[in-house]
Structures are given as structure tokens and as C-alpha cells.
Design a protein around this ligand. Structure first.
Ligand code: ATP
Ligand code: MG
Length: 265
């Protein structure tokens, strides 16, 4: 007799079906208050989402984010052991979903008391938008949970059309345009410091240029600092990493350094 797919690991299939049913019920009977964040929590799942985007398609996404990633119509943007990033569309909008894979038992234990990276992205994106810094609008975050343990987690944001900053800057020939963008980046870092934030991973691929303005991506490691010493350390790290992006372009490196040197946490 041939085994069915479910009989291979019935417990896993049962848990997956349970989790899915629970996610569905989490979203039932939601009273939509525009502009108010919705939070749903049980011991199997934790969801935060913006009711502005609530729809059947969003609920379907939240029921089966892995399927949505597998069939992402725009495509896979990146995948490795730690995360998968895919672009997809529904409700006439384009979105990006980032899945944070579970790493090790050690990480799972550490995350009992710490926010998941997906939730950190959610909180950080709101913080940035409130501070006037442009980042893709957060739509929803979801964590699989088993009691106190956090499993795979997902963050869904709007897709932003743009060009990575390290691809965009070398295409500029007009010096005043280059200087203008360098000043915009410096102002972005100044605003981060003003609101006691550090990004935590300022490599070039984490900044898009959209309509001539920088857009901050990848907020997994963003932090709010509660003392000046740790803010200064966070800024120094962000600055050092950001300048490293321009090592092979000394004219850009010099201009960025001149501007960033004027920021004092
Ligand atoms: N909201 C978005 N809109 C458009 N493109 C995006 C968006 N979010 C991410 N991307 C694209 O996907 C890439 C990977 O996303 P992200 O930086 O969040 O993943 P990552 O796992 O941290 O990758 P890396 O390790 O390379 O930093 C980005 O460099 C960018 O090109
Ligand atoms: Mg990144």
C-alpha cells in the first residue's frame, strides 16, 4: 500500500492544519478601525497587521505564507539559511514578504524573551515612519508559536520601486545631484540619531533610491538606544559599515565621510 503525503508525518500535518485553523479564527470578526493596528495572539500564533490592508487575499496570505512565497508571482528576491525574501501581488498592490527561518534551539530559547526579527521589523518600520524616515509601509507580521517558543516568522511590507543606492549613485554624472543625495543620506542618519535609533546593518543593499530619495530596508537589527553611550556606539557602527560601501569609489567615500563626520550623537 502506498503511503499518502499525510501519513508520512501525521503529527506534523496535524499541527500545520491546527495552526492554519487557528490563524483563520484569529482574523474572524475583526472590527476594522482605520489607522488602528490590530493584534491577535494565542499560544499558536501571533499576528499584527494594519487593517487598512485587510482583505480576503491578505487573510489567505496569513493562513499560508509559505505557499504565498512558493508561488510568489513577481519572484524570489533572495534566499539563504536565515531568510527568504519574495515579491508578490494581490489586491492590485505589490508586496514584499520576508520569512525568518528558525535558526537553532539556542536562538529559539533566546527569542522567548526577545522580540522576533519580524516583530522588530514591524516596530522599527513604524518608528521610522513616525520619525519621518522613508521605509516600505508595513502591512502585517506573523509568528508561528508553540507556547513560549517562536517558530518561523514573516513580515509583509509594501513593495517599493527603486534602485539600490550602490547601483544608483555611480549613474549620476551631475556633481550637484551626487552632493544632493549625499546630504539626504546624512540627514537620514542625523534623524536616526535624533530619535536614538541605529539601523544595525547599513550595507548598500539595504538602501533603495525611489524618486531620488533614500528608502531604508531590512530593519531586522534596528535598535532604540536608551543611553547616549550605546547610541554613539550604534551610530559609529552604522557609519563605519555605510562608508565601507564606497571604498572602491574614493570621491563618494570622501563626500559621505565629510557629511557623516558632522553628526554627533
Ligand atoms: N519593500 C521592498 N521593496 C522592494 N525591494 C525590496 C523590498 N524589501 C527588500 N527588497 C529587495 O530585496 C533585497 C533583500 O531584502 P533584505 O535586505 O530585507 O533581505 P536580507 O536577507 O537582509 O538580505 P541581505 O542579507 O542581502 O541584506 C533588498 O536588497 C532589496 O533589493
Ligand atoms: Mg538586507
Amino acid at each position: 500500500m502506498r503511503e499518502s503525503a499525510y501519513s508520512i508525518n501525521p503529527m506534523q500535518a496535524y499541527l500545520a492544519a491546527e495552526a492554519e485553523a487557528e490563524r483563520l479564527s484569529l482574523l474572524d470578526n475583526t472590527l476594522v478601525e482605520p489607522g488602528t493596528e490590530q493584534t491577535r495572539q494565542t499560544n499558536r500564533a501571533f499576528i499584527r497587521y494594519d487593517p487598512y490592508y485587510d482583505s480576503l487575499a491578505l487573510r489567505q496570505f496569513l493562513q499560508g505564507p509559505d505557499t504565498a512565497i512558493e508561488y510568489a508571482d513577481i519572484g524570489l528576491l533572495k534566499t539563504d539559511g536565515t531568510s527568504t525574501v519574495a515579491a508578490l501581488s494581490f489586491d492590485g498592490r505589490r508586496y514584499v514578504v520576508k520569512r525568518y527561518n528558525t535558526r537553532s534551539l539556542f536562538h529559539a530559547i533566546r527569542r522567548i524573551v526577545r522580540r522576533s526579527r519580524a516583530e522588530n521589523c514591524w516596530v522599527s518600520a513604524h518608528k521610522l515612519l513616525d520619525s519621518g524616515i522613508t521605509t516600505p509601509r508595513p502591512v502585517a507580521m506573523l509568528e508561528n508559536r508553540l507556547g513560549p517558543f517562536k517558530g518561523k516568522a514573516y513580515c509583509l511590507t509594501e513593495f517599493v520601486e527603486g534602485v539600490l543606492c550602490n547601483e544608483y549613485l555611480p549613474t549620476l554624472t551631475d556633481q550637484s545631484e551626487i552632493d544632493g543625495l549625499v546630504v539626504k543620506f546624512a540627514s537620514l542618519f542625523r534623524t536616526l540619531v535624533k530619535y536614538r535609533l541605529s539601523h544595525g546593518d547599513t550595507k548598500a543593499t539595504n538602501f533603495l533610491i525611489h524618486r531620488g530619495e533614500p528608502v531604508v530596508l531590512d530593519l531586522d537589527a534596528m535598535r532604540i538606544h536608551n543611553n547616549t553611550q550605546s547610541l554613539a556606539k550604534g551610530f559609529e557602527k552604522d557609519k563605519r559599515r555605510f562608508l565601507r560601501n564606497w571604498e572602491s569609489q574614493p570621491h563618494l567615500h570622501k563626500r559621505f565621510q565629510q557629511q557623516l563626520d558632522t553628526i554627533n550623537p
